[in-house]
Design a protein around this ligand. Structure first.
Ligand code: HEC
Ligand code: HEC
Ligand code: HEC
Ligand code: HEC
Ligand code: HEC
Ligand code: HEC
Ligand code: HEC
Length: 427
């Protein structure tokens, strides 16, 4: 856990933006900024309280929860949720990238990475000589990629973000440079970005609004102050799903000490404070706050085989007959233990979930498969599809498919790649 209060910009002040550049970036984000997906929800049932509206309770952080829920916390440590936001100085990345360089295949410039103190900086000697540009935060668990983020002053001194042009990937691809522990390559979506401002050499300007969204989906708490994220509880913690836990912790401590004035067990499943039962849709909405709901993408992106539909699991699941025709009981946690990394659950476990509704003996909820009634359900009905070179997502629109599993039309991939970053909230 890192709490930083100084609010200072790092060495990035020199790269403050010209007004004109920001106006363009802000203009783009205004039209797509959605303050709260729950408020624009068009599905049939109203949502219950979200984790972020947890009454008078405050956030205490995952380490606090771990004091009493050690088993859950140990499982949770294996998930991507537990390590998706890193302060560069506290991470091993500076040592990993020290002395490495990457030749941008499009612009033919060289990016050189060097450790500066405990942090990391990049230089482009052909353009800026020896001037360093700091790398401040890394987003992602590294399972697919780390993408770097630096805050620089916009007009008026308010921070905007720079999503770096080069990311650190775990998989190899032909256009990438192998370094210890990963490969450097262009951040998906940034390939064809033009250079309008000096800072565009290093990456893409992320408007203030979009920056706040990045932080909201990848941390438990954090606010932008000056050039830093303060009050930072990094990563998707217990409290992103269960709600702020201070009152629960207080209550449990009192209960343990036998106090008669026990407080209510204030943390319930999924941040819901008291008695109301969560429906599958409520849970899908919780996950969909970050994994995206149908209203978070434009409707022309919601169709079979569209990369956005594949990438954002709630969209596909909500379209599936398995969800629609099972009294809508098929929530994410039916198949995923949210406390375990998905790779800790093997495919057979998932298939047993299919068979709980689709076997010859349990005809209650569904029919069985005429082609393969016992096995390999996922590869035919929820295949992994490559939506960016080297990046695969399982299609959660469970259905009888007309395509060859796992292959997308190259034009569709290209169309998506040119408009969507790895996780660009402006889409
Ligand atoms: C002082 C010990 C303690 C701490 C700290 C603590 N819990 Fe608990 N928690 C408990 C106990 C005891 C229970 C009840 C277990 C039971 O009845 O099975 C519980 C139950 C829960 C439940 C299940 C509630 C239900 O409705 O079934 C959740 C979810 C939970 N805790 C989450 C958290 C989170 C998130 C944190 C950190 C913000 C946290 N706990 C911190 C002791 C603690
Ligand atoms: C609406 C919530 C949301 C926003 C906003 C968001 N992310 Fe993400 N991010 C996710 C989710 C969910 C995943 C995992 C699934 C996926 O890749 O779509 C993810 C995955 C990632 C990954 C890949 C992690 C890995 O190891 O595979 C990176 C890197 C990343 N995000 C960076 C960013 C950056 C940089 C921003 C801001 C420009 C951002 N994200 C904004 C929700 C979000
Ligand atoms: C606050 C935002 C947020 C919420 C809420 C959220 N996720 Fe995630 N999820 C992420 C991000 C960010 C990642 C990417 C982690 C990384 O860097 O690899 C992710 C990754 C995942 C992964 C793939 C990696 C892994 O560790 O297994 C699964 C599966 C997943 N989430 C399931 C869920 C489910 C199920 C829910 C709801 C119960 C949920 N998520 C709620 C943000 C969120
Ligand atoms: C991505 C969302 C998410 C995160 C992060 C998360 N949980 Fe949960 N948790 C759930 C959901 C959904 C359920 C109910 C379904 C289930 O039991 O699997 C649940 C159930 C629980 C329960 C009660 C049921 C049980 O299995 O005992 C406890 C206790 C709990 N979580 C504690 C924690 C703690 C502690 C953390 C952090 C170390 C944490 N959770 C992180 C989503 C999450
Ligand atoms: C019917 C079972 C099932 C349901 C329901 C389900 N998933 Fe999955 N999910 C899978 C399988 C199978 C995989 C691929 C194997 C793995 O990673 O465990 C997967 C993979 C994922 C991944 C990893 C990235 C990817 O797409 O390969 C994420 C993130 C994810 N699911 C999120 C969700 C969310 C969020 C929900 C709820 C909207 C959900 N899943 C509902 C079965 C399911
Ligand atoms: C909660 C119960 C439930 C679960 C779990 C479930 N399904 Fe379904 N599924 C249904 C229902 C109900 C239907 C619609 C009626 C029917 O075809 O039986 C359906 C329909 C289908 C269809 C036909 C869809 C179409 O396009 O016509 C396929 C294929 C399918 N399911 C595969 C799967 C696979 C694979 C899994 C596991 C990853 C799975 N289902 C998990 C309940 C479920
Ligand atoms: C080799 C690919 C393949 C595998 C493996 C496979 N299926 Fe299918 N499945 C199909 C095809 C193709 C159809 C359509 C058959 C037809 O319409 O004649 C189908 C149809 C279905 C249907 C619709 C049946 C109906 O009558 O409406 C369900 C449900 C289903 N599969 C579930 C499953 C489950 C569960 C598994 C794993 C136990 C599975 N499938 C494994 C290819 C596969």
């Amino acid at each position: 856990m890192t709490l930083r209060q100084s609010g200072k910009f790092t060495a990035a002040t020199r790269w403050s933006l010209l007004l004109v550049g920001l106006a363009v970036a802000a203009g783009v984000s205004l039209t797509v900024w959605r303050p709260d997906p729950y408020e624009t929800l068009s599905l049939d049932e109203p949502p219950v309280e979200t984790a972020s509206r947890g009454g008078d309770a405050t956030f205490v952080g995952t380490t606090r929860c771990a004091e009493c829920h050690a088993d859950k916390a140990a499982d949770y440590e294996t998930t991507g949720h537990s390590r998706t936001f890193h302060v560069m100085e506290d991470s091993p990345i500076p040592s990993q990238l020290d002395g490495q360089s990457y030749v941008d295949p499009i612009r033919e410039t060289t990016l050189r990475y060097e450790k500066e103190g405990k942090g990391l900086a990049v230089r482009i000697p052909e353009v800026f000589g020896d001037e360093p540009f700091p790398l401040q935060y890394a987003l992602g668990s590294g399972q697919h990629a780390f993408t770097f983020l630096t805050l620089i002053p916009g007009p008026g001194g308010d921070a905007v973000g720079i999503e770096h042009r080069v990311s650190l990937f775990s998989a190899t691809a032909s256009d990438r440079t192998v370094v210890p522990g990963g490969t450097l390559g262009l951040t998906p979506g940034q390939k064809d970005y033009p250079i309008n401002e000096e800072v565009d050499h290093f990456g893409h300007i992320v408007s203030r609004d979009a920056l706040e969204k990045c932080i909201r989906c990848h941390t438990t708490t954090g606010e932008i102050s000056g050039g830093e994220v303060i009050n930072l509880l990094p990563n998707v913690g217990c409290e992103n799903c269960h709600g702020p836990g201070s009152r629960h912790v207080e209550g449990m401590i009192r209960e343990r000490s036998g106090s008669s004035a026990a407080l209510p067990r204030n943390v319930r499943h999924l941040g819901q404070m008291f008695t109301k039962q969560w429906s599958a849709l409520d849970e899908i909405r919780l996950c969909g706050q970050c994994h995206r709901m149908p209203e978070d993408v434009s409707s022309d992106r919601i169709s079979p085989y569209h990369p956005s539909t594949i990438r954002f699991q709630p969209i596909g699941l909500l379209k599936s007959r398995c969800y629609l025709e099972s009294d809508k009981i098929l929530s994410c946690s039916v198949c995923h233990d949210p406390h375990l990394h998905s790779s800790n659950q093997n495919i057979t476990e998932h298939e047993n979930k299919c068979l709980s509704c689709h076997s010859l003996t349990t005809q209650k909820d569904g029919t069985s498969c005429p082609v393969s009634p016992q096995k390999n359900c996922i590869e035919c009905h929820m295949p992994a599809v490559e939506i960016h070179p080297g990046v695969y997502f399982h299609d959660h629109w469970i259905r009888i498919r007309g395509d060859q599993p796992g292959k997308l039309d190259q034009d569709e991939i290209d169309a998506e790649s040119s408009s969507v970053g790895p996780c660009n909230p402006e889409n």
